[in-house]
Design a protein around this ligand. Sequence first.
Ligand SMILES: [Zn+2]
Ligand SMILES: [Zn+2]
Length: 220
Amino acid sequence: MKNKIISRAIVFFTVALFVSCNEEGEFKLFSNENTIVGIQPFGEIAQSEVDSVKAAVKEYYDFEVVVYDHIPLPENAYTEIRYPRYRADTLVEWLSQHVPDTVDMLLGLTNQDISITKYEDAARTDVKDPEWQYTDFGIFGLGRVGGNACVVSSNRLHRKVGNEMFIKRLTRISCHEVGHVLGLSHCPESNCLMNDANEKISTIDNSSGELCASCWDEIH
Ligand SMILES: [Zn+2]
Ligand SMILES: [Zn+2]
């Protein structure tokens, strides 16, 4: 469901980076021996959720992960267009400007709902129909392909599931957004972590939770 947004919303300003990344023939983060991911917890997100994401990113990508102190969500990301929540692209922009020199990327975590505007086309001229819904559309996470920041919200992931599945969703989406930052776009392989979930959380629940061989090769 909401993951589809990611494909549309980030395509405009991220795929261009992705393509230029490919033209250069290298992915910047993997040119480093030791990639370090910083996690920036926002507001009241539970420490157990932060710890789970830290462990998952560390284990799955074999990266060093550092966690910073909780800070309030940037006020300029707040919106009341449809509901009181935070604009994901503004959060990613904020994070990208606050990446400490000592880490390669910053992953923001929040328990507040986050949203983007979903467009019909890559040029971002027409809001997807129905406009009332897509002008401010709730999502799970947003990452810039080949950028240096991403954000994940746990807000929508509790729905209709127990804690184990909730954490599975949270960690998979976090690894998915980190995958975007590493240079991966969405993948057509249905079991792949980088699949765009066909707008359904069930796709995330049923996925292998891992990158397909082709995506894995691309970042190594
Ligand atoms: Zn995505
Ligand atoms: Zn893949």
